[in-house]
Design a protein around this ligand. Structure first.
Ligand code: TYM
Length: 342
């Protein structure tokens, strides 16, 4: 059986990176996999969250899942803190994972920044909880944006070491699914930085709930460069954009990648369409497309969050269904470890 698990943190406004790098793929994959989509509120509190806002943001992420087209009957949608198996398994994985593995995590270094002594212990062990999320469901595939690649590798190592140490194949080794031309959407103001919920300036990102005027203004003011748009000769033989090429004009390829993802076109098709054009015309076309794709989702998110009863009941019911899968897996892990339980 192929099973997907993925999650989004309820830590602020969801943006185009979350949509194109993750949520849009969740929608597409629900037809081919048994799918579990989580709102990872336990992960969110690894950095301070205002309690009232945390509840709102949890509903926001749920609304984004639903508005984007995830079917809560077909898939399981729930918030992580409701299923205690995540925390319990994470503790065991804290004892399986090695400090050396955690010390290599680039996301911790980025998030903790210069004030590492002041970072929470939870932020440091964030990856063991993420491994628990995935493995509590024996998920085989995990759709994520490119920034989560290292965390996925960590989860694979945890699964392997657990199975090896306890001489039982309890956990499958999960595969990342990093899909599409926008697996790494960059800031609109700085093509070398990831588009992020935590960036202070709202002009760096397009939020899933931005209205048409806001989207137009942000794209208009997005950083570009003085050249015209490149043609398909920049692609490699496989039709992919080489990293070195992307680094030469990061802002330009970021906007083109967003266009490719939103239009479901390949890099080649997009580069053929816009070769030699200036940014002004391209930005107008990109704005029209972004508004066409995002406005209906944003409107539906606003409708759903205005009366959260439906969201709350979906999360409650989803948590029951999730626990029904996770608890027996946790039991298997507890038995393997040798805890006395009868
Ligand atoms: P979060 O909330 O930071 O991100 C949610 C998803 O959005 C993707 N993403 C991006 N994709 C492309 N471009 C961007 N600029 C961009 N920014 C974010 C992320 O890669 C992610 O897929 N650690 C996870 C949450 C998590 C999780 C899990 C994921 C917790 N447990 C288990 C999968 C499986 C995260 O980064 O959330």
């Amino acid at each position: 059986m192929k099973r997907i698990f993925s999650g989004v943190q309820p830590t602020g406004h969801l943006h185009l990176g979350n949509y194109l790098g993750a949520i849009r793929n969740f929608v597409a994959l629900q037809h081919d996999y048994d799918a579990i989509y989580c709102v990872v509120d336990l992960h969110a509190i690894t950095v301070w969250q205002d309690p009232a806002q945390l509840a709102d943001h949890t509903r926001q992420v749920t609304a984004a899942y639903l508005a984007a087209g995830i079917d809560p009957k077909k898939c399981i949608i729930f918030n992580q803190s409701r299923v205690s198996a995540h925390s319990e398994l994470a503790w065991i994985f804290n004892c399986v994972a090695r400090l050396g593995w955690l010390n290599r995590m680039t996301q911790f270094k980025e998030k903790a920044g210069k004030h590492r002594e002041q970072a929470s212990a939870g932020l440091y062990v964030y990856p063991t909880l993420m491994a628990a999320d995935i493995l509590a469901y024996k998920a085989t595939h995990v759709p994520v944006g490119e920034d989560q690649k290292q965390h996925l590798e960590f989860a694979r190592n945890v699964a392997q070491k657990f199975n090896f140490d306890y001489h039982r194949e309890v956990f499958p080794i999960p595969e990342p699914l990093i899909l599409g031309a926008a697996a790494r959407v960059m800031s609109l103001r700085d093509g070398s930085k990831k588009m992020s919920k935590s960036e202070p300036s709202d002009m760096t990102r397009i939020n899933m709930t931005d209205d048409a005027d806001t989207i137009a203004n942000k794209i208009k003011r997005a950083t570009t460069d003085p050249d015209t748009l490149p043609g398909p000769d920049v692609l490699d033989d496989a039709g992919d954009l080489p990293d070195e090429t992307r680094r030469e004009r990061p802002a330009c390829y970021n906007l083109l990648g967003i266009y490719a993802a939103l239009s479901d076109m390949s890099w080649r098709e997009v580069l053929q369409q816009f070769e030699g054009q200036g940014f002004a015309t391209f930005k107008t076309t990109l704005t029209e497309l972004a508004v066409e794709k995002l406005a209906p989702i944003g409107n539906e998110m606003n409708r759903l969050t205005a009366d959260p009863a439906e969201i709350d009941s979906i999360l409650r019911e989803g948590a029951d269904r999730a626990a029904a899968i996770a608890v027996p897996v946790l039991d298997e892990a507890l038995d393997a470890v040798g805890f006395l339980r009868n």
